[in-house]
Design a protein around this ligand. Structure first.
Ligand SMILES: O=C[C@H](O)[C@H](O)[C@H](O)COP(=O)(O)O
Length: 232
């Protein structure tokens, strides 16, 4: 089965957790897009839900699929967020932000009672870090911020190249919040909560792609079927 079919299966399984009347966080990326499309079918069949999108791309998808939207200014609490991930470890720590939406994704996940992470099972890893860690930064003082990041990496026992993300057009990638992303190629992150804390303490870092204690359940689709893993 191709990867896209697995992503859709994970999205369909997560949709079974959605109840009438729920306030939902809508994730970003190719897996979350399947969820929004399937949710749109339910809405057209009469289900009443309202969603908060985690990116301008998801906002456009949700509108196209007829999913009613609101914002975290109108409501301050969500029942459930469904989102993809770039890597998931057995503690359900995540790396997110491959699509650049980590900041809004984390704000929305943190405002939710539960977060279901949907993915094909290639995202499941023993140790996070093979996927470059996205760190959203303020362009002002970038060299100083990167130096502080290097110190944080060293304190957390990791190291690796930091690359400023470029878009397909070759220009610096700019997030929905107007910031830049540094992708840190760390290889192996032995202690994700420690690194998360160190990065969060750097003034020029707006947010990082380590999601610690936010994922409640992972729905993983693979050749052998669907696996549902609860956070230990
Ligand atoms: O910024 C993007 C998000 O964190 C995505 O959820 C993540 O990159 C996974 O995306 P995909 O489902 O396309 O692999």
């Amino acid at each position: 089965m191709d990867m896209d079919a697995l992503k859709r299966q994970a999205a369909a399984r997560a949709l079974e957790e959605v109840r009438d009347g729920m306030k939902l966080g809508l994730g970003t990326g190719s897996t979350a897009k399947h969820f929004v499309e399937l949710l749109g079918e339910k809405v057209r069949a009469g289900m009443k839900v309202i969603g908060v999108p985690t990116s301008e791309a998801t906002r456009a998808d949700a509108i196209r699929c007829g999913v009613p939207l609101t914002t975290l200014d109108e409501i301050d609490h969500l029942d459930l967020t469904i989102d993809g991930a770039d890597e998931i470890d057995p503690a359900l720590n995540l790396i997110k932000g491959g699509g650049g939406a980590l900041l809004r994704e984390k704000i929305v996940a943190a405002a939710s009672d539960r977060m279901i992470v949907i993915a094909d099972d290639s995202k499941w890893v023993d140790v996070l870090g093979r996927f470059p860690l996205p760190v959203e930064v303020i362009p002002f003082g970038l060299a100083a911020t990167q130096a502080a990041m290097a110190r944080a990496f060293s304190e957390a026992g990791v190291s690796g190249e930091m690359l400023i993300r470029k878009g397909k057009d070759g220009h610096v990638f700019v997030t929905d919040g107007g910031h830049w992303i540094v992708d840190a190629h760390l290889g192996r992150i032995g202690d994700p909560p420690r690194l998360a804390g160190l990065l969060s303490a750097i003034p020029g870092v707006v947010e990082h792609g380590l999601f610690i204690g936010l994922g409640s359940v992972a729905v993983l689709a693979g050749a052998q079927g669907i696996q549902v893993v609860e956070r230990p």
